[in-house]
Structure formats: structure tokens, C-alpha cells
Design a protein around this ligand. Sequence first.
Ligand SMILES: C[S@@+](CC[C@H](N)C(=O)[O-])C[C@H]1O[C@@H](n2cnc3c(N)ncnc32)[C@H](O)[C@@H]1O
Length: 603
Amino acid sequence: MRSAIRHLQPDTIQYLKTRIGNMTDFKLANNLLAEISGIETFFRSQEDFLTLLEILEPCFMVSDGIDRREYGDFQTPPELTDSICSYLIAENISPDVIIEPTFGKGSFLLSAIKFFEKVKIIHGVEIHEPYYWQTKFSILEYFINKPELNKPKICLHLDNVFEFDFGKIERFIGSKNVLILGNPPWVTNSELGSLNARNLPNKSNFKALNGLDAITGKGNFDICEYIILMMIKLFSKYNGHMAMLTKNAVIKNLICDLPKMNYNIHNTVAMRINAKEHFDASVEASLFKCSFGKNDNRSAFSCKVSMLAAPNVVENTFGWVGDKFVSDMTSYGTHKKYDGVSRYIWRQGIKHDCSNIMELEILPYNKYRNGLGQEVDIEDELVYGLIKSSDLNSPVITQHRKYVIVTQRMIGESTTYIEYKFPKLYRYLMEHKHYFDQRKSTIYKNKPLFSIFGVGEYSFKPYKVAISGLYKRSNFSLILPVNGKPLMLDDTCYLLGFENISEAVFVWAILNSIYVQELLASITFLDAKRPYTKDVLMRLDINQVACDVTYEDIVNQILSLAKTMLININEGEWIAFREQFANVKNREGNQPSLFACRKGVSV
Ligand SMILES: C[S@@+](CC[C@H](N)C(=O)[O-])C[C@H]1O[C@@H](n2cnc3c(N)ncnc32)[C@H](O)[C@@H]1O
């Protein structure tokens, strides 16, 4: 309460002193404040009331000064909540009941009071006590200055949204029109993990992911997504709407899960906002708006995208086309026949979570240096050139900046051989064993010492075609061996490995062709942290494109990428590539190889 008072105008403080300063019972003060502002139970106890009387003179200045990262604390500026409410009014949304599940400093609640003149009941929940008080006082101040306005009944709850009993609100909704409004915390469960924080729902695996997905990337979710889903599950059975600010990634997940999860919502829209300007956050975010109630039409599994500043200009619609999830439903039609199943198995690069020890640079006198700045004297055999996302910046990659130690040739392989075959490397790894022991991910538990992931037969193929998962660019690079050794990629990249250079060149040309590039543009979400994923790449039907293009097309494509690569192909091989494709069965771990006998030429 003390920190909340400093946000009040001097006139409001004076007003409070005059109206309640002489009262002795908190219940009398509560009656008066409910009359003035609509806020129910302003003081929860006599102690609350006495605290206020004490701090009204003199006015304390207290700073918040605590780490609020765990609470995903990005307070929405009043200008933005005003323009959101004004947009909702323009959409003919006129709620009787408003619920703000994490109201913070209350700017959504204040805008709602200002704009929705007919609202009868407002409920808000917030975990942080200074915000709880600040909101109460801001609303009180608002009504002190505008006594003539309609006062809804306002119930503010200091509670944890994951534990709050929403049932007691539900009882009063009946046939009334409800609006769920707000901006839930911007934090993911894995960020909470790294902060050792506990601001989590009890049931973290709420999407019922299988064990592996839950411990890898797919198990990571935004707390905001959980709260939005919680609100949908609780309130979508009533008449009304939801309007929540959130990251675009959360909206994409919601729409992607629509058919599977059978959420009771329709008319979904994403109104883009400038998160940098409003929140100083480098993330793409929007106002997610939907209507409650089912719409059984499958076209309902889509979301229109506009800017909040120009709501009537639809920029794009994303969602489900049949059984395919696409980022641009309009342009998708052009190349959708290439959206199938890849005969090639895309792989993620090497993951070790120990870059200071496993990644090396080379010093001028041919010694290695690790990420701790230490000179490293080890045998060369298990050291390979390493390509990271930022290195995938040209059509053909023939050099590398970094090296990586590759301790296994397949996942789970014993690493005991290192001790007797490469004693210097063994000593180096053992000296730094504690860095490996500190790896948090559960994938390393009960695995051989110095284990890595994202490794297999494919890692050791000489020729690779790869793309960065992180960057927006959709170009694929051809990666050639250096000094007879294959280059490795890190886990931010996806790759196909080839024994034969002709096959690698054909696939690289096809992936960079307009057919695949345009298809990728209509199925990838460039505002995602990782626009290109294994799931997206496995949809690229390389042989369908191969069937539709001529040898001349391929030659022209190669000419536009790196004409020196032409020496690695000829028309006979192209014909074999196309024809034999049809007979190759796709089995996980068994990528087709059509040119098993011909070794390629490098640069
Ligand atoms: C992104 S801020 C937005 C605040 C407010 N809705 C607004 O739009 O300005 C998220 C808010 O959620 C609150 N919060 C975080 N975890 C919470 C929890 N478990 N229960 C209730 N509130 C929580 C934070 O304290 C913070 O005020």
C-alpha cells in the first residue's frame, strides 16, 4: 500500500484525509469508498485501514525495487489500453461483466471503466500487493474526480491466478455478456526454470505432450498461453469475448491447437501492436480477440491479422487449410502441391550444452583455444569444423570459423574408447568434467560421460544441405568437406547429409527454387523464435518438385546460386535422380541415397 500511495495526486490525498481521516472503523470507510468508486471491500481489515491513515501523513515514498522477471511483468501503458477498449467498442462489444485475470497496475481496468459505460461487474486478480493497492487507489481517484459516472461493482482480489477460485465469479454470470480482458505475464516455463522461480500452474504439461516432447522444446510454453486457455475453458461457455495482449507465438499455438483441443471460440483475430514502443520488448505481439461459442465450420480454424492502428485492413489470414497449418492462407494455394512429406529425413545439428569446453577456435600456431580462453592440446581425430547459424550466409560453404569435439558417432554410444584412443582429449574432458555435470537438461541424465545429441550416421556424410532454424532467410546452403573432413552443424541448424555430391547439388537447387521458397513463405511464421523447424522442413516434397522441373531449370537454378557447382552434375544423373526417387521407400533413419557409387568432387 505504501508504494501505491506515491502514485496519487496531492488533491486525492487531501480528499481522502478529509473524507475518511476522522473515521475509526474500516467498515464505515469501506461503505463510503464503495459509494464513491464501486470498489467492494476496499480495506480487507482494520489493520489495512490504520496503515492508510498512518501513511497519509506524511506521504511515504517507497520503491518497488524487487526482481519481477518471474512475474512476466510488462505493464500495459494507458494509451494502449485506451485504444484497445476503443477498438472493442467499435466492434460492438458491450460487456456486463469484465474479468482481468492479472490486472497489475490496473490500466486495463481503468480504461474499461472509462469506455464500457454499461458494465455492471468487474473482477480482477493480481498477485503483487503493491499493484493491488495502486489499482484500488487509481480507481478511487478516478471516481473522486468524476463522481457523476456509472459505478460498476468492482471486486479486486489479491491472489495467485493459478489458485484463485473463479467458480465464485462464474455463479453471477448466467446469461450476462462477459469480456475477459488483459495482458497475462510474458514469461515461459523454461525462463522460470532458469530463474529457479515457482510462478507456475500445478499442471505444467497441460497439453498432454508425450515424455520426449515435454522435455525438449515442445514442452516449453508461455505462462500467458496457460492463462488464456484457462480463461477459455472457464468462460467460453458464456456469451462474450476475450481480448488479451500476448506474443504472436502464443496466438499461433492457440490457432494451431484449435481442431485438436476443440476450444469453444470463433472469429479469432490478431491485432498487431508495436511491443518495442509500448513495452520496450523485442518480441512480436498482438491483441488476441475471439468470440465465445462454437462455430463448426472448419474455416473457423483460422485467424485474421491486422494492425490495431488499422483494424479494418486485413493483412493476412493464417490457420488450417484441410489438414495443413499455414501462415498465409491466400498465397498457400499456389504451391500447395509441394506441401507433402519429405523423402529425406531432416536432422537438427549437434547439441552439447557445453560450448566453452566443446567448441574451439584455432590459434595461429595450430593449437586450439576453448571458450574459457585456455589453450587446448588434444588429438585432431575427434575435432571437426563447425558451422553455426550465422555462418550459413552464402550458397556454398567451404570454410569455417570454429571447431567442435564430437565424442560419439551415435546417440548413447559408449565414450570409454576416448581414454585409450585419445588420451590427451580424455585428460582435457576429465579436467572439465564439472562443466558437463552442470548441464541442466534431463536428456543428459544417465548417459555416457561427455554425451552429445543431434549426432548420427548423417553427421559424418561429406556433403550437406542446411538451413538455419533461427534466421528469417529461407535460403539453403550447400556445405562441402574441408581437408577431407565433413563439417558439423550446431543445433540451431537443420541438415540433410549426402554421400554423393550430385544428389546434394540437385536437392540444394530444388530447395532454393521458387516452388519451395514460395511454399516456405506461406507455411512458416517468420516472427517465431525458430521459423524453420524439423516439422516444417519435413513437409517439403522435394521429389514432387523434381518431377515438375526440367534439367534446364535445374541448371539455371544452379547458375543463379553458384555456377562452379555445375561441374558436379550431368543430365544422366538428373534423370536417375528423378526416376529412382519414385521407388525409394521413406523410412525414418533410412534416407534415400541414389548415387551410392559415385563420389563427388568438392569445390
Ligand atoms: C504483463 S503484466 C500485465 C499487467 C496488466 N494486466 C496490464 O495489462 O498492465 C502481468 C501481470 O501479471 C501479474 N502476475 C504474474 N503472475 C501472476 C499470478 N500467478 N497470479 C496473478 N497475477 C500474476 C504480474 O504481477 C503482472 O502485474
